[in-house]
Design a protein around this ligand. Structure first.
Ligand SMILES: *Cc1c(COP(=O)(O)O)cnc(C)c1O
Length: 380
């Protein structure tokens, strides 16, 4: 079955007692046993919950994997994946991963004896140059945030297989609608479902998906042992969100492309960053490994931090907020907001300068969104 059909039906059957077409919210912590140890397969919700299982099956189907494992947030998913490693292990990681990923690696897992090296994974030679005998994992984000750099997932996966490393891709930005890393040989895909998967800026969640039985077994064990599981109601909300993932992603992309073209011609804009523009340095690679370019557009304003501040304050439909991937459009200043924890010198070196603005383009009408940016530019 094709993607949009799997999004609606994947992992879900009518409820057997009433025939309810929508998977019910099994808002329960425990399940009655007919005698000690005589249970239905459900004992305790941290371990098993039917609503969560439906979401897990749906996610596995969308990513083309055999196992979906759902967590309380993207960070809970990422942290649980780290429990696959042990003290002394080394991880090679994309150098502009999500700030929370960098923070948990550096301030939490480093304390447990894991070591991390950050390289530009778009340049495969930098990955091999960082290899050590203790390397066990390669952690990739593609496209990255906010500069939308792309890594060749097939070639990066080949490097991992050749060295016996676990390959992990954070696929939050592209969503399984536009990119399915498991098809390129990635071992584990993770998502912040808070973003496009849920899609309505109304809940927080995360997941890991794999087709490797051994990794799935270990992740399931950790999911239950560590216990960062998502509640039944939030699972239900995200399951509902996923049904429209394809519809939403196509509209996000259509709007993002229209806005990228508009920005490219605007006198107040120095440079537009969108993987769907031929001017993007990884346009060819993005076209080959993704079936769409997503809804995030970044741009450098022709102006200073004050001018950027005025633009971010002056849009009306684009709300100034962190996060991304919801139906409503958002505007943000990475230097002041999402990436403020990166020291200024490193920000400047990476291209996260004071005139950089990031848009999470929603599913509203593109004409209205462009008119909104137009009036903001006339003030800033
Ligand atoms: C938001 C985000 C995360 C963290 O997810 P939470 O749901 O906020 O915990 C991880 N990776 C990427 C790429 C993100 O955008």
């Amino acid at each position: 079955m094709k993607f949009d059909t799997r999004a609606v039906h994947g992992g879900q059957k009518p409820e057997p007692i009433t025939g309810a077409i929508t998977v019910p919210i099994f808002q329960t912590s425990t399940y009655v046993q007919s005698g000690p140890g005589e249970h239905t397969g459900y004992e305790y919700t941290r371990t098993q919950n039917p609503t969560r299982e439906a979401l897990e099956r749906n996610l596995a189907s969308l990513e083309g994997g055999t196992h979906g494992i759902v967590f309380a947030s993207g960070m809970a998913a990422i942290s649980t994946v780290m429990t696959l490693l042990k003290s002394g292990d080394h991880v090679i990681c994309s150098d502009d991963v999500y700030g929370g990923t960098y923070r948990v690696f550096e301030t939490v897992f480093r304390e447990f004896g894991l070591d991390y090296t950050y390289v530009n994974t778009s340049n495969l030679a930098e990955i091999t140059a960082a290899a050590r005998p203790e390397t066990r994992m390669l952690w990739i984000e593609s496209p990255t945030n906010p500069l939308l750099k792309i890594t060749d997932l097939r070639k990066a996966g080949d490097i991992c297989r050749g060295n016996g490393w676990i390959s992990v891709v954070d696929n939050t930005f592209a969503s399984p609608c536009f990119q399915r890393p498991l098809e390129f040989g990635t071992d584990i895909v993770v998502h912040s479902m808070t973003k496009y998967a849920g899609g309505h800026a109304d809940t927080v969640g995360g997941c890991a998906i794999t087709s490797d039985e051994k990794l799935a077994e270990r992740l399931r064990f950790s999911q239950n042992a560590v216990g960062a599981c998502l509640g039944p109601f939030d699972c239900w909300v995200i399951l509902r969100g996923l049904k429209t993932l394809g519809l939403r992603m196509r509209q996000h992309e259509k709007n993002a492309l229209a806005i990228a073209h508009y920005l490219e011609k605007h006198a107040r804009v120095k440079q537009v960053i969108y993987p769907g523009l031929p001017s993007h340095p990884h346009y060819e690679l993005a076209s080959a490994q993704q079936s769409g370019f997503g809804g995030i557009v970044s741009f450098y304003l022709d102006g200073d931090i004050e001018a950027a501040r005025v633009v971010c304050k002056s849009t009306k439909l684009f709300r100034c907020a962190e996060s991304l991937g919801g139906v409503e459009s958002l505007i943000e200043h990475p230097g002041i907001m999402t990436h403020a924890s990166i020291p200024e010198a490193i920000r400047a070196e990476k291209g996260l300068t004071d005139n950089l603005i990031r848009l999470s383009v929603g599913i509203e009408d593109a004409d209205d969104l462009i008119a909104d940016l137009d009036q903001a530019f006339s003030l800033g």
